[in-house]
Design a protein around this ligand. Sequence first.
Ligand code: SF4
Length: 69
Amino acid sequence: MYRVEIDPRVCSGTSNCVEDAPLAYEMGDDSISRVIVGATDADLLIGAQACPLQAIRIFDAQTGKRVYP
Ligand code: SF4
């Protein structure tokens, strides 16, 4: 299971993550993306890989190891 951090200082609201993984990410009112509860690990990773700014960091929830980027 993954744990996701979206860096609000880096996210610029381009929506690539939402377009590529609409079941995992949505845009907030503040134009910063956020994770949708219940998203699968596969979708979380797809969205993270779509971010041109690498604003989405993914970790293994159990070990804490970084999975992406
Ligand atoms: S793709 Fe990256 S910069 Fe664009 S909304 Fe998603 S997290 Fe933010």
